[in-house]
Ligand binder design. Structure first.
Ligand code: GAF
Length: 378
């Protein structure tokens, strides 16, 4: 691309991926989640190019880029472009201050690994354009417009967790986010002498988007049926185990399973928060295993590769708990592992995984880190 030869960055933005300690699929059910950003991220470099509406975006990581005009921000056939175009489209609904810009991005965040590379892409772009053109958007507005961009341009009816975590996280903490009120509290997380180890299955089954939207619909169907007996219930967040029991007879089996996962998962987030506050690490681990059981058998968004790794971890005393993290159908398992056992666990899990699936596992440690940041360069 032509602009690359003379590119001189004006602004650098670092936009992180996230893990979610617990609370999967609860965000679009208006419940609680417990995510944090991690040190894997996308770095953006921006420059105004002096044109009224010509924009160029180039990914160093994938050695590919594209140009577009601010007057015609249509959806693309190329998936990753939609995260960019969707955000630009949302920004233009709110302001007419955007002008031509060039952007180079580089990522060390594995895509399709359940670590929210899409939210990192959306929010990093929103953050960068906000700074570059002084748009005056608040952090929450950038989170929300990025979420909307994902609905309209990428086609995933996602909740707000990923974008919120990418932008709002704080080093050494997880965010207890109430997805109904959007109230959030930073909960310190100190797992010493344990570490958070991610095992990237390197599979990302292409059911992810379609089944994600199906799960959302199934939850909505559950709410509609429950409302016949409990008209005040607005979301699964408001459904107690007692209400669910009373409605079991009315709910088709699959819908019942989905609802009971969400009701239990929501409670697990609050329990997890208490365990973290009291440093009850055994309980932290136990909840992760329970959550994975729900993800796999009740919500049915796991896959053989994730199930294998979670099961495998149970053989190790050094591992307190494990579960698949993120939207599902692959990506990473999150493991809480004693520092003295990390090496052996990784070595043996990698060998077992290779022999079972013929895939090289990608293991790495993550630490809770801060959200999106920007640095002016000239
Ligand atoms: C994906 C979505 F983008 C989030 O909103 C959330 O629902 C998550 O899956 C599951 O917890 O990452």
């Amino acid at each position: 691309m032509e602009f690359l030869d003379s590119f001189k960055s004006e602004l650098e933005v670092v936009s992180p991926g996230r893990i979610n300690l617990i609370g999967e699929h609860t965000d679009y059910n208006m419940g609680y989640v417990l995510p944090t950003a991690i040190e894997k991220n996308i770095t953006f470099n921006f420059k105004k190019n002096g044109t009224p509406d010509t924009c160029s975006v180039y990914s160093k990581t994938f050695d590919t880029g594209f140009e577009f005009n601010l007057k015609e921000v249509a959806r693309s056939e190329v998936e990753w472009r939609n995260y960019i175009l969707g955000v630009v489209n949302e920004i233009q609904k709110r302001t007419d201050q955007l002008q031509g810009f060039d952007c180079i991005l580089e990522s060390n965040l594995p895509t399709g690994s359940g670590l929210s590379s899409s939210a990192a892409l959306e929010c990093g772009l929103a953050f960068g354009l906000n700074e570059l053109f002084n748009l005056g958007l608040t952090k929450l507005e950038m989170v929300q417009l990025s979420q909307t961009a994902e609905h309209t341009y990428a086609g995933t009816q996602c909740g707000i967790m990923d974008q919120f975590a990418s932008v709002m996280s704080k080093e050494g903490h997880v965010i207890l986010l109430d997805c109904q009120s959007l109230e959030s509290n930073y909960i310190p997380i100190n797992l010493q002498p344990y570490k958070i180890i991610l095992l990237n299955t390197k599979v990302s089954h292409n059911l992810a988007t379609s089944e994600y939207n199906v799960r959302k619909k199934e939850c909505e169907e559950g709410v509609e049926i429950i409302q016949r007996k409990y008209p005040k219930v607005r979301s699964l967040r408001e459904v107690t185990p007692e209400i669910l029991d009373a409605c079991k007879i009315d709910l088709p089996e699959v819908i019942y399973k989905r609802c009971s996962f969400i009701v239990a998962e929501n409670k697990r987030v609050l329990d997890m928060t208490e365990h973290l506050k009291k440093n009850k690490l055994e309980q932290v681990g136990k909840l992760l295993y329970e959550a994975h059981e729900g993800i796999s058998s009740y919500y049915e968004v796991s896959c053989p590769e994730s199930d294998f790794l979670v099961d495998f971890s149970k053989k190790y005393d050094a591992v307190l708990g494990a579960r698949q993290t993120g939207g599902g159908f692959g990506g990473c398992t999150l493991n809480i592992v004693h520092q003295n056992g990390v090496e052996a666990f990784i070595k043996e899990a990698s060998a077992a995984y290779k022999s079972k699936f013929d895939i090289e596992l990608e293991p790495f440690e993550v630490k809770p880190t801060g959200g999106t940041s920007a640095k002016e360069l000239v």
